[in-house]
Design a protein around this ligand. Structure first.
Ligand code: UD1
Ligand code: CA
Length: 421
């Protein structure tokens, strides 16, 4: 991609979220809203950015940019006077922005890298002064609307400033634009805050451009889902449900059976192999992996870097956290497997718990291949069960033990060993 800098607007007060955390730092499937924006820009080939931040969220934003690996500088907007003032803040940051910039919002996490690419390509191909992203939305309430005359964009009107006849316009402004930097710099100064919110709207640049003979065009998406932003908690929830829907669809296309997509919550970056069956009411969180020919659910919770290998089975009310479940192993009912390794073809009886936390630290449980763990066994970590170990029901295996291969262990050592206080 040509030498283009992103200006990411993220200094807003998030009033409509009613939160003490900036909306762009809220989590969407375990990752912050802003991190989606950074990732898509980076994938689209936009390697550098200026993020317009507030004093409250700058530190959080810096961390996110670093995590994603996008080179961003930060400009602090002291008072939130509107999106045009935010862009001017980026200009004032004494950073050279180059010939063209792409302005986007930190609260639009679903805009894909291919959409960014399309927009940038059209801008260069048509030698425009501004190429903006728009979309048809059946329920456009809340978004700026595109005003066209003989099919040409002439203005953008914010929801609060719409006149009655404009309310039915279903083409919305996504708030993503590629600009020739020089033209934007020249006309942005003329933007006034004469509107219902008394804010300096970046959207007013469009009519200024048109009046001054600058070329304005758009990429208009028919699929509007990507263009939905986050202003409220309801929006946040809505975007989560879109991501889950997309993920289920993608997995089904790749050969995973999902019995009830309406009650299956699989985060976007989860990898699942072919012919695995996911039963209803299952949550599989970001950063986990499931192999092929597995059976997961109903009511399973898989999280925090857990890996379920091929042909393993995880069933009813089983939580797997940061554990490796090796091929053919089964944990079918009512278990907690945390910080553990479960060997090949091991069978984890109903109610088995790995007690991995002593109140301060987490410890590992190793369960060897072909172990047979009786119902209601408690394994107090750190503990190792070598291959083929069998535990009787209700066994409590105490910490720091290595149970030798093929032994049978039973019983409960539940006696008082010391006073805690
Ligand atoms: C904006 C657009 C609207 C568009 C919508 C798409 C304007 C005036 N309106 O409205 O046409 O349909 O996005 O989602 O641009 N921000 C700052 N500083 C400020 C104000 C805002 O950095 O002073 C940031 C916010 O953090 C946010 C982004 O700019 O990430 C957009 O601001 P927001 O208030 O959410 O604008 P919308 O009302 O959604
Ligand atoms: Ca917004």
């Amino acid at each position: 991609m040509k030498n283009i800098t992103a200006v990411v607007l993220a200094a807003g007060k998030s009033k409509r979220m009613r939160s003490s955390t900036s909306k762009v730092l809220h989590k969407l499937q375990g990752k912050t809203v802003i991190s989606y924006v950074y990732s898509s820009l980076k994938k689209a080939g936009v390697g550098k950015a200026v993020t317009v931040a507030s004093i409250d969220n700058i530190n959080g934003l810096k961390k996110e940019a670093e995590k994603v690996g996008i080179r961003s500088l930060f400009a602090i907007q002291k008072q939130q006077k509107g999106t045009s003032d935010a862009v001017r803040t980026a200009f004032k940051s004494a950073i050279s922005l180059g010939n063209s910039i792409i302005v986007t919002s930190g609260d639009m996490p679903l805009v894909s890298n291919s959409t960014y690419k399309k927009l940038i390509n059209k801008f260069y191909r048509t030698k425009a002064d501004c190429t903006m992203l728009t979309g048809k939305m059946p329920e456009p309430y809340g978004y700026g609307r595109i005003i066209r005359s003989s099919n040409k964009i002439i203005d953008i009107r914010e929801e609060k400033d719409l006149v009655q006849a404009e309310r039915s316009i279903d083409e919305i402004n996504a708030g993503v634009y590629v600009f020739k930097t020089s033209a934007l710099k020249k006309f942005i100064k003329n933007i006034k805050n004469k509107n219902r919110q008394k804010e300096f709207y970046l959207t007013d640049i469009i009519s200024l451009f048109v009046q001054n003979g600058q070329i304005v065009n758009s990429v208009t998406l028919q699929n509007f889902e990507e263009l939905q932003g986050i202003n409220t908690r309801e929006d946040l929830r809505h975007l989560m449900s879109i991501l889950w829907k997309w993920k289920n669809k993608e997995l089904m296309v790749k050969g995973v059976t999902i019995e009830d997509p309406d009650t299956t919550y699989i985060d976007m970056d989860v990898v699942i192999g072919k012919d695995t069956v996911i039963k209803p009411f299952t949550v599989i969180e970001s950063g986990t992996k499931v192999g092929s020919n597995c059976e997961i659910g109903p009511f399973s919770h898989i999280r925090n870097s857990a890996v379920i290998m091929d042909t393993a089975e995880v069933g009813n009310f089983v939580e797997v956290k940061k554990s490796i479940i090796k091929p053919g192993a089964k944990a079918k009912h009512l278990s907690y497997l945390g910080d553990s390794v479960v060997g090949k073809k091991a069978n984890i009886g109903a109610g088995t718990i790995t007690a991995n936390f002593d109140g301060k630290n987490k410890f590992v449980t190793n369960i060897g291949d072909n172990c047979y763990i009786g119902s209601n066994t408690v394994l107090i970590a750190p503990v190792t069960l070598k291959k083929g170990v069998k535990t009787g029901s209700g066994t409590v295996v105490t910490r720091n033990q290595i149970i030798p291969q093929n032994s049978l262990i039973v019983g409960v050592p539940g006696k008082i060993i010391k006073k805690l206080k």
